[in-house]
Design a protein around this ligand. Structure first.
Ligand SMILES: [Zn+2]
Length: 155
Protein backbone atom coordinates (compact mmCIF):
# COMPACT_ATOMS: atom_id res chain seq x y z
CA UNK A 1 0.00 0.00 0.00
CA UNK A 2 1.40 3.33 -1.02
CA UNK A 3 0.26 5.01 2.21
CA UNK A 4 2.32 2.55 4.27
CA UNK A 5 5.38 3.41 2.24
CA UNK A 6 4.81 7.15 2.71
CA UNK A 7 4.19 6.59 6.41
CA UNK A 8 7.46 4.65 6.77
CA UNK A 9 9.41 7.44 5.07
CA UNK A 10 7.96 10.03 7.46
CA UNK A 11 8.46 7.98 10.62
CA UNK A 12 12.01 7.09 9.66
CA UNK A 13 13.00 10.73 9.22
CA UNK A 14 11.17 11.96 12.34
CA UNK A 15 12.56 9.19 14.54
CA UNK A 16 16.12 9.01 13.22
CA UNK A 17 16.83 12.61 12.23
CA UNK A 18 14.82 14.46 14.86
CA UNK A 19 14.88 11.96 17.75
CA UNK A 20 11.09 11.73 17.94
CA UNK A 21 10.92 8.32 19.61
CA UNK A 22 8.09 7.07 21.78
CA UNK A 23 5.03 7.55 19.58
CA UNK A 24 4.19 3.85 19.57
CA UNK A 25 2.57 2.59 16.39
CA UNK A 26 -0.39 4.77 15.52
CA UNK A 27 -2.40 3.74 12.51
CA UNK A 28 -2.54 5.68 9.33
CA UNK A 29 -5.84 5.81 7.53
CA UNK A 30 -6.47 7.58 4.29
CA UNK A 31 -9.91 9.06 4.03
CA UNK A 32 -11.56 12.02 2.43
CA UNK A 33 -11.40 14.72 5.08
CA UNK A 34 -12.63 17.62 2.94
CA UNK A 35 -12.24 20.49 3.45
CA UNK A 36 -9.27 19.59 5.70
CA UNK A 37 -6.13 17.83 4.55
CA UNK A 38 -5.85 15.68 7.62
CA UNK A 39 -6.66 15.13 11.24
CA UNK A 40 -5.51 13.15 14.24
CA UNK A 41 -7.40 11.84 17.20
CA UNK A 42 -7.21 9.03 19.68
CA UNK A 43 -9.74 6.30 19.01
CA UNK A 44 -9.86 3.98 21.97
CA UNK A 45 -7.18 3.07 24.43
CA UNK A 46 -4.97 0.80 22.35
CA UNK A 47 -5.63 2.04 18.89
CA UNK A 48 -4.77 5.41 17.46
CA UNK A 49 -6.16 6.61 14.18
CA UNK A 50 -3.58 8.81 12.63
CA UNK A 51 -4.12 11.30 9.90
CA UNK A 52 -7.34 10.67 8.09
CA UNK A 53 -6.05 12.35 5.06
CA UNK A 54 -8.08 13.86 2.29
CA UNK A 55 -6.95 12.61 -1.08
CA UNK A 56 -7.52 14.89 -4.02
CA UNK A 57 -6.71 14.08 -7.61
CA UNK A 58 -4.18 16.88 -7.66
CA UNK A 59 -2.67 16.12 -4.26
CA UNK A 60 0.90 15.06 -4.83
CA UNK A 61 2.81 12.51 -2.74
CA UNK A 62 5.02 15.41 -1.63
CA UNK A 63 2.05 17.25 -0.13
CA UNK A 64 0.76 14.01 1.41
CA UNK A 65 4.13 13.32 3.05
CA UNK A 66 4.04 16.70 4.79
CA UNK A 67 0.48 16.14 6.02
CA UNK A 68 1.51 12.75 7.41
CA UNK A 69 4.49 14.37 9.18
CA UNK A 70 2.17 17.01 10.65
CA UNK A 71 -0.43 14.51 11.89
CA UNK A 72 2.17 12.04 13.11
CA UNK A 73 3.65 14.84 15.23
CA UNK A 74 0.28 15.32 16.94
CA UNK A 75 0.28 11.59 17.73
CA UNK A 76 3.87 11.75 19.00
CA UNK A 77 3.23 14.80 21.20
CA UNK A 78 0.04 13.38 22.69
CA UNK A 79 1.71 10.07 23.53
CA UNK A 80 5.21 11.17 24.43
CA UNK A 81 4.42 14.52 26.10
CA UNK A 82 0.86 14.10 27.42
CA UNK A 83 1.16 16.79 30.09
CA UNK A 84 2.25 19.45 27.62
CA UNK A 85 -0.27 18.30 25.03
CA UNK A 86 -3.08 18.70 27.53
CA UNK A 87 -1.98 22.11 28.82
CA UNK A 88 -0.58 23.81 25.72
CA UNK A 89 -2.80 25.86 23.46
CA UNK A 90 -3.43 25.52 19.74
CA UNK A 91 -0.58 27.85 18.81
CA UNK A 92 1.90 25.55 20.56
CA UNK A 93 0.56 22.18 19.38
CA UNK A 94 -0.12 23.30 15.81
CA UNK A 95 3.14 25.25 15.80
CA UNK A 96 5.05 22.09 16.72
CA UNK A 97 3.27 19.99 14.08
CA UNK A 98 3.82 22.63 11.39
CA UNK A 99 7.47 23.07 12.39
CA UNK A 100 8.12 19.29 12.15
CA UNK A 101 6.31 19.34 8.79
CA UNK A 102 8.80 22.02 7.68
CA UNK A 103 11.77 20.10 9.10
CA UNK A 104 10.64 17.05 7.12
CA UNK A 105 10.86 19.02 3.87
CA UNK A 106 14.15 20.61 4.93
CA UNK A 107 15.74 17.24 5.74
CA UNK A 108 14.40 15.90 2.43
CA UNK A 109 16.12 18.75 0.57
CA UNK A 110 12.94 20.52 -0.57
CA UNK A 111 12.48 23.24 2.06
CA UNK A 112 11.64 25.82 -0.65
CA UNK A 113 8.41 23.99 -1.50
CA UNK A 114 7.29 24.27 2.12
CA UNK A 115 8.29 27.92 2.56
CA UNK A 116 7.02 29.15 -0.80
CA UNK A 117 3.96 26.98 -1.51
CA UNK A 118 2.66 25.16 1.57
CA UNK A 119 3.19 27.45 4.56
CA UNK A 120 1.65 30.55 2.91
CA UNK A 121 -1.58 28.57 2.30
CA UNK A 122 -1.98 27.78 6.00
CA UNK A 123 -4.04 30.09 8.25
CA UNK A 124 -2.02 32.59 10.25
CA UNK A 125 -3.50 31.38 13.56
CA UNK A 126 -2.55 28.93 14.86
CA UNK A 127 -0.31 27.51 12.12
CA UNK A 128 2.00 30.25 10.81
CA UNK A 129 2.17 32.05 14.17
CA UNK A 130 2.96 28.74 15.86
CA UNK A 131 5.55 27.88 13.23
CA UNK A 132 7.31 31.23 13.75
CA UNK A 133 7.30 30.59 17.50
CA UNK A 134 8.95 27.18 17.03
CA UNK A 135 11.61 28.67 14.75
CA UNK A 136 12.52 30.94 17.67
CA UNK A 137 12.49 27.97 20.09
CA UNK A 138 14.73 26.00 17.71
CA UNK A 139 17.30 28.78 17.76
CA UNK A 140 17.04 29.20 21.52
CA UNK A 141 17.71 25.51 22.06
CA UNK A 142 20.52 25.33 19.54
CA UNK A 143 18.94 22.99 17.00
CA UNK A 144 16.01 20.77 16.10
CA UNK A 145 17.13 17.65 17.98
CA UNK A 146 17.91 19.75 21.05
CA UNK A 147 14.42 21.25 20.92
CA UNK A 148 12.85 17.78 20.67
CA UNK A 149 15.00 16.63 23.63
CA UNK A 150 13.75 19.59 25.64
CA UNK A 151 10.12 18.78 24.80
CA UNK A 152 10.66 15.15 25.86
CA UNK A 153 12.22 16.27 29.15
CA UNK A 154 9.11 18.32 29.93
CA UNK A 155 6.80 15.29 29.70
ZN1 LIG B 1 -2.49 20.03 13.24
Amino acid sequence: MVENTLYRIVRDICERKLGMSGAGSPNLELENMAPNLGGYWESGKDRVALGRIKIQYHTTPLILLGVIAHEWTHAWFQRRCPRQDATSGARFTEGLATWVQGKFYEISGVKDIFIEKILPEMPSYPYREGYDYFIILEHEHGGAEELIDWLKSQG
